[in-house]
Design a protein around this ligand. Structure first.
Ligand code: MLT
Length: 395
């Protein structure tokens, strides 16, 4: 028996597990301190009333023989996929039901999609980035090339024709930096992928935070993307499903590599390894698209964005530079006084009793940066920014 030794090449613990452990250690040592968590991007608002109503009614369905559901379609029920087709149509993107696959969230699919690709592909990943892209490829022993996302390129790298990549990860609005690709820059990536026979894995988990129509919220709003891009999204940040679990992946029919349809491969993969998302959860997710559901989730998004504004205003007053916060629930700030990311993490925890995420955890270019999330409640957000202001002013 041989283990997968590639696990020796990843950090011993996942970034957010390390932060949770450090926070819990601090809380055990200081039981009376009220620690405010602005670390992992987890929502705090409960599910909206339309979703709750539909969840209850779906539970009742399960109590009657005539409406009871056993195994469902592994790729999701049509009632939810039809809602998503309509949602995409509003973005002027036309999709077929069978191009959409319902899952338990974007993170799982982003890891699982790698089943479709040979080990010997060159993977191009921006740095800094959501650690799942790097960790899942490292676990599989794939070669990773990094592209620098930094202050100079506004954390939005564009293709370099001298680099030959087969699989490209893009996340917009970006986790962790909050930067958002515009149409022009995203088109450069689509053109690059089509020219180089590459596939883009586009993480749109934060699309609902984009304001106005000037910025793309789906890669399929870019001409040519259907032949090269797979899009991942979820109800986690859109509708507070981080604990309820529901997401979706779009694999267009037009992506054909080596005469093989990636859509067919993904269907084969999912029907073999996945038994679908619970009927009850999918009913709840479908309720997000009712008129009332849309109004309710938009209210929650506005609330989180107001939190982001409070945070941004406090940083402006402190003279600390940052990106994000506008079209994103994340604020990506430069650590003061030249502190490293983890030094600032410890400083914040000890002096302000606020947890954030050290930028270095997202890659080498994240060193010296720090990420805060706007997903806490108003009271905690205000209190956290007051404490941070006081702590930084004491430096
Ligand atoms: C984050 O904090 O980066 C995200 O919440 C992690 C995730 O969505 O898995």
């Amino acid at each position: 028996m041989k283990i997968n030794n590639n696990f020796n090449n990843i950090q011993e613990s996942y970034l957010f597990s390390t932060i949770a452990r450090k926070t819990n250690e601090f809380k055990t040592a200081h039981p009376d301190v009220n620690v405010i968590r602005l670390g992992i991007g987890d929502v705090t608002k409960p599910l909206c009333s339309q979703v709750i109503k539909e969840l209850h009614s779906a539970v009742d369905d399960m109590s009657r023989a005539e409406s009871f559901r056993g195994y469902g379609p592994e790729q999701g029920y049509d009632f939810l996929k039809e809602e998503l087709v309509k949602y995409y149509a509003k973005k002027k993107v036309s999709l077929d039901n069978n191009e959409i696959f319902i899952s338990d969230g974007a993170k799982s699919d982003i890891g699982n999609i790698l089943d479709l690709f040979d080990k010997d592909n060159v993977v191009l990943i921006p740095d800094p980035v959501y650690p799942v892209y790097v960790d899942t490829n490292t676990m599989a022993g794939r070669k990773i090339l990094f592209m620098d996302a930094n202050g100079e390129n506004g954390f939005l790298p564009v293709p370099d024709d001298s680099v030959k990549a087969d699989i490209i990860y893009l996340c917009s609005p970006n986790n962790p930096t909050g930067a958002v690709y515009d149409y022009e820059k995203l088109k450069m990536w689509v053109d690059y992928a089509n020219k180089n026979d590459a596939v883009i894995l586009f993480d749109a988990a934060y699309e609902c935070f984009v304001e106005g129509d000037d910025l793309p919220t789906s890669i399929y709003q870019i001409e040519g993307a259907k032949s090269c891009a797979i899009e991942f999204c979820s109800f986690s940040k859109t509708a507070g499903f981080t604990g309820t679990r529901c997401g979706y992946t779009v694999v267009p029919f037009d992506i054909v590599k080596e005469d093989t349809s990636l859509n067919k491969m993904w269907l084969r993969r999912q029907t073999t390894k996945f038994n679908g998302v619970p009927y009850i959860v999918q009913k709840g997710a479908a309720a997000v698209f009712s008129d009332e559901g849309q109004n309710e989730i938009k209210e929650a998004i506005v609330y989180y964005k107001e939190n982001a504004k409070i945070m941004a205003d406090a940083l402006d007053k402190l003279g600390i530079s940052y990106t994000g916060g506008k079209n994103s629930p994340y604020i990506w700030l430069k650590c003061p006084n030249g502190m490293s990311s983890w030094e600032f993490f410890d400083f914040m925890l000890e002096k302000a009793n606020v947890v954030g995420t050290p930028g270095a955890g997202f890659g080498k270019n994240g060193e010296g940066y720090f990420r805060l999330t706007a997903f806490n409640n108003r009271e905690n957000t205000i209190e956290a920014m007051e404490r941070i202001t006081k702590a930084i002013n004491s430096l």
